[in-house]
Write a protein that binds this ligand. Structure first.
Ligand code: DUC
Ligand code: ZN
Ligand code: ZN
Length: 482
């Protein structure tokens, strides 16, 4: 007897599209086939498209920003909202600030997540203080304990690493088989431009974009890649915003380097014009890197379609518009505004409607960039990221024809706005199951705080180094093969 049979849906994976029943026992898929009969519970999925649960591999949840402001969403509201948008796994960041013990940061993050998470989760780390004991002890121990990926920053006063520190952390990652995610913007160039802009009285949100042009992202992307090449370390450039950074990534990929890329809905649907609105309205769309001019958006779609970007994440970083320490800081100047936009709940509906629905990507590419690829890159597969016998029964049932006008009041986060207000979407995740349990249905949350399970991750082949150093010098063991 099965616990659950999902009957007659059209199953879409990164490779296939076919009609079949899915049988679930103990939270796992135990059979996929024709006429599997009934389970203790049966879902009639005729007319529904079924995709693997979304994996949002870049979200800031219950985290303090580089300027000391808490995100509006905690573990409960963030994962509730994610579930309603078809996401069944989130991978946010246990974030080290200077002076912190990484191990203590991870323990604290577990204490926050355990009672509140409504869907499954894993943690990336943020390494902002790679002092000797962190590199020698804490980071390797954590990599081996199930946290084999971490983010580093090339910008933000409180977080940025210099090039030498980047090489140090790459070298540790290489030795341990870990994967490095890089926020690539040139810090000094941004600081210099911002200072000049503010001195000249240019304080409005639109100048946030002016202070962070594509050139600063392009340069830092190239630098992050070049440093990775020297150490033979695979990396992923996060939240790539525009054509210029993608050119660098494509260049590196064509040279055979293991360089991966992620982009986000804000670079597909928002633009520099959205930053340039009356008053401080533009602050609602302020994130870093900033949304580029509208003419840039097709280049981001092309990067996804051509496989130059392997992952689309939300980079959910929620700061309320009405809060004095949130987007209202724009009343002072753009530099004081916490960076980030919300996106956990709308990531999948936006990409489904505007990507699959409008023929920019196909359903297999959609599944790949929103679920299968993050699972493979970050060590969550084969449990997560596909619909297959043995995998967790993380399933999204879509009504591919449902028409929805986006309104913030229908979302389930703790925010007071969405930057996508008023967009007309076709196709909606009408039921989300995590390990065979329905956590969201008909646009409402029906899950439970504390249901989410932590997933310890292993190393992945995709993060394995190529095995050659461009100079012949192996900085790990000191050997030289000229
Ligand atoms: N930029 C980041 O680097 N992180 C959070 C959000 C943002 O805009
Ligand atoms: Zn970032
Ligand atoms: Zn981020």
């Amino acid at each position: 007897m099965y616990d659950l049979v999902v009957k007659g849906g059209r199953i879409a994976t990164a490779a296939d599209l076919y009609e079949a029943d899915i049988a679930v026992r103990g939270g796992r898929i135990v059979a996929i086939g024709e006429d599997l009969g009934r389970g203790e519970r049966t879902i009639d999925a005729r007319g529904r498209l079924i995709t693997p649960g979304g994996i949002d591999a870049h979200a800031h949840i219950e985290q303090i920003s580089s300027t000391g402001v808490w995100t509006a969403d905690d573990w409960f509201t963030a994962t509730r909202s994610a579930a309603c948008g078809g996401t069944t796994v989130v991978v946010p960041f246990a974030a080290q600030h200077k002076g912190d013990s990484l191990t203590a940061v991870v323990a604290d993050y577990h204490a926050r997540a355990t009672p509140k998470a409504c869907i499954d989760y894993a943690f990336h780390l943020i390494v902002s203080d790679p002092r000797p004991e962190i590199l020698a002890d804490e980071l390797p121990q954590l990599i081996r304990a199930g946290y084999p990926s971490f983010k580093i920053y090339l910008t933000y006063d409180a977080l940025k690493l210099n090039d030498r520190e980047v090489l140090d952390v790459y070298a540790v990652a290489r030795r341990e088989g870990a994967f490095v995610m890089v926020h690539a913007e040139n810090h000094d160039a941004i600081a210099w431009l911002a200072q000049k802009l503010l001195a000249a009285g240019h304080k409005a949100p639109k100048f946030h974009g002016v202070s962070r042009p594509q050139a600063v992202e392009r340069e830092a992307t190239h630098r992050a890649i070049t440093l990775a090449e020297l150490v033979d370390q695979p990396i992923l450039i996060v939240h790539v915003s525009g054509a210029e950074a993608f050119e660098q990534i494509r260049w590196a990929q064509q040279r055979g380097l293991k360089i991966y890329a992620e982009t986000c809905p804000q670079y597909l649907f928002l633009s520099a014009e959205d930053l340039d609105q009356p008053g401080i309205e533009g602050a609602k769309c302020m994130c870093s890197p900033p949304p580029r001019e509208k003419a840039n958006q097709p280049a981001v779609w092309r990067a996804i379609a051509a496989g130059v970007a392997q992952i689309v994440s939300s980079d959910h970083a929620p700061y309320r518009f009405g809060d004095a320490d949130g987007k209202q800081k724009a009343l002072q100047d753009f530099k004081k505004v916490p960076n980030g936009v919300p996106g956990l709940e709308l990531r999948l509906p936006l990409l489904f409607s505007e990507g699959v629905g409008k023929g920019r990507i196909d359903i297999h590419q959609f599944v790949a960039v929103t679920s299968t690829n993050p699972a493979r890159l970050y060590g969550l597969s084969p449990k997560k990221g596909s619909i297959a016998v043995g995998a967790d029964a993380d399933l999204v049932l879509w009504d591919p024809n449902k028409q929805v006008t986006v309104r913030h009041e229908m979302l389930h986060d703790a925010m007071d706005y969405t930057p996508y207000e008023g967009m007309e979407l076709t196709g909606w995740p009408v039921e989300t199951l995590c390990r065979g349990v329905t956590v969201a249905k008909d646009m409402e949350f029906v899950g439970e705080a504390g249901f989410g399970q932590f997933h310890k991750r292993g190393l992945t082949d995709l993060a394995r180094p190529a095995g050659r150093f461009p100079t012949g010098f192996n900085p790990q063991d000191g050997s030289y093969r000229g």
